[in-house]
Design a protein around this ligand. Sequence first.
Ligand SMILES: [Zn+2]
Ligand SMILES: [Zn+2]
Length: 146
Amino acid sequence: MKIDGGCYCGRIRYEAEVDPASVVICHCADCQTFSGSPFRTVVLTTPDTFRLLAGTPKVFVKTAESGNRRQQTFCGECATPIYSAPADGDTRVVVLRVGSIRQRAELVPQDQYWFRSAQPWLASLPTISKQEKQPVFNPDRTVRHE
Ligand SMILES: [Zn+2]
Ligand SMILES: [Zn+2]
């Protein structure tokens, strides 16, 4: 599947081919921290199909518990995470952050990694109250009870 995407501020734009069957959620502690979210959703690119159309991401090299060194790339202006790739060697396949892909609604996760560190409240997500948009922020009323 052909996809394209970019960062929030628009300085970085890319295109690639991805296999929708390779969309996974990662619940590892590092993904929670890097994404600022309870989990991260990623998809693998088909080898040699990732192409930057605009901009150059900043690179942070992370060393995993296993000793694996991976590039974590992001926009240096707006901080949108873009992809990860091996820091050493073969970078024909990159792991895109699904939130930066324009066609993300079509990319449905097929598996969940590191589920042992998943946030325990995720199972109750369907029962948490929902608003179409967000309420107006009122600093004098930081906790809302309906
Ligand atoms: Zn940006
Ligand atoms: Zn992870």
